[in-house]
Design a protein around this ligand. Sequence first.
Ligand SMILES: [Zn+2]
Ligand SMILES: [Zn+2]
Length: 356
Amino acid sequence: MKKRYVAGIIVILLTMTVYSQRGEIMLKILPGALDTMMSAQPLAALPDGLHISLCGAGGPMPSANRSGPCVAVIAGEQLFIVDAGTNGARNLGRMGINVGQAEALLLTHFHSDHIDGLGEMAMIRWVADNNSSPLPVYGPEGVADVVAGFNQAYTRDAKHRTDHHGVAVAPPSGAGMSIVSFALPDAGESLTVYANDNLKIEMISVDHFPITPAVAYKFTYKDRSLLISGDTVKSPAIEKHSAGIDLLVHEALSTKLVLLMAESAARSGNPLREKLFNDIHDYHTTPVEAAEIARDADVGHLLYYHVVPPLIAPGMETIWLEGVDKVFSDVTVGEDGTSISLPADSSEIIHRPSAL
Ligand SMILES: [Zn+2]
Ligand SMILES: [Zn+2]
């Protein structure tokens, strides 16, 4: 008994000593840790194939583990980013994905939650890798207005960066974004917006009425494929273009939970907020509807993103997923950092550990 008492005292004293010297200890560890972080090449470590990481798994409402919509797609050695919700660029940084290497950013539509991180994405992509040409931003018609506005807003910041860091770090020619605009494909059809020997990216019109244009993007790399829905109601076009793909990344909104929020707004005497919540469920897809698409298109796996509303309390995810298990079982409710790999020349769907 006495021995255990003494051992306990020693452990407490040791803990107190380590705690009191935590700054000095960290100073010894930090240089090596920083070297590891600075030289890390997480993308190079991936096998050849198609990979995604969610840099934002939420919608417009604040959520601790689901930032504004943002999906990183790695095809072979190329990095593309679909949508730029709040915190997207910072989450990519935390995941060790170098935004500076982004080939292009693709916008699904121009709702604020999908574009509000654009300025930061372009700035980091420029300065992080000393890019000498602007970030190409792909989108349906209207993308020109959005990009021009952001470019104007960031003109002063761009000058500040070059003035301070010099032209080698921040070459003026690389500031901001360039516009790559496409006419909206006809309903049900796809339009190839990027192609090389191994990779094809297609734009598909979806139904987010009255928001138009709104599009999905399909990536096909070698023998693997995935589709990112953007915001839409249950869409026959998505089902058609998802036929047999490996991974469907689909938005979803629980009508049941959003209507509970509307009722709460009404009880608290806020009829305009009640109207807002009552409005939003008519231009999104429910989790069960997304599962029906996954089942009917025979996809390999369904990853939910743009998860609305925020699932902030235990049990809410169960309500959000109500009925899904009767329709389709291979589902993941995405969070920031959720990462899935589709290695080439294989049928594997690998869930990589989150780096967040
Ligand atoms: Zn949205
Ligand atoms: Zn939207």
